[in-house]
Design a binder for this molecule. Structure first.
Ligand SMILES: [Zn+2]
Length: 164
């Protein structure tokens, strides 16, 4: 736990008009681990402060709850190793963003994205609402891949419905 606390000191939360952002106090190279993902209070339903780490597992992530979404993110949340990793080189003072549908299947509080990226998905509501052609461009955590496969497997029931 001491390591987590020390690592977290390299991150800072900025609050402006109640809008929180998470920024880094140092440079990172692409692929570098920035911090551990804290797992403070695991629940079976999401809320706006949780990150999904399994089918029915949503954890409070402490300071990382200030991470905003971007469709062109600079960090990845790897929920298998519980690490936040730099998706590209990051400079000291930069705000950190991850792609919410990479962890979230169906979000409690969807919103309109204003990230301005050329690949902006516009409505951020969870991976289940995105086309595969969008999802395939991103890193998706294992539980999201599994849930997508499950969803596709269930389409076999559509033939049963037609035939019955
Ligand atoms: Zn966007």
């Amino acid at each position: 736990m001491t390591t987590t606390a020390a690592t977290m000191d390299k991150l800072t939360i900025k609050t402006e008009n109640k809008f929180r952002t998470l920024a880094t106090k140092q440079n990172y190279k692409k692929g570098e681990v920035i911090s551990a993902i804290p797992s403070e209070d695991v629940r079976d339903h999401p809320n706006r402060y949780t990150v999904q780490i399994g089918h029915d597992k949503h954890t409070h992530v402490g300071k990382l709850a200030a991470l905003n979404h971007s469709c062109d993110p600079n960090v990845i949340l790897d929920t298998e190793n519980m690490e936040m990793v730099a998706a590209r080189d990051i400079e000291k003072g930069e705000e950190l963003f991850f792609f919410y549908p990479s962890t979230e299947w169906q979000m409690d509080a969807p919103f309109i994205c204003l990230c301005g990226s050329a690949n902006c998905i516009n409505v951020v509501a969870g991976a289940r609402f995105l086309p595969l052609s969008t999802l395939e461009r991103h890193y998706l955590n294992p539980h999201i891949r599994d849930l997508m496969i499950e969803l596709l497997k269930n389409t076999k029931n559509n033939l049963k419905k037609i035939k019955s």
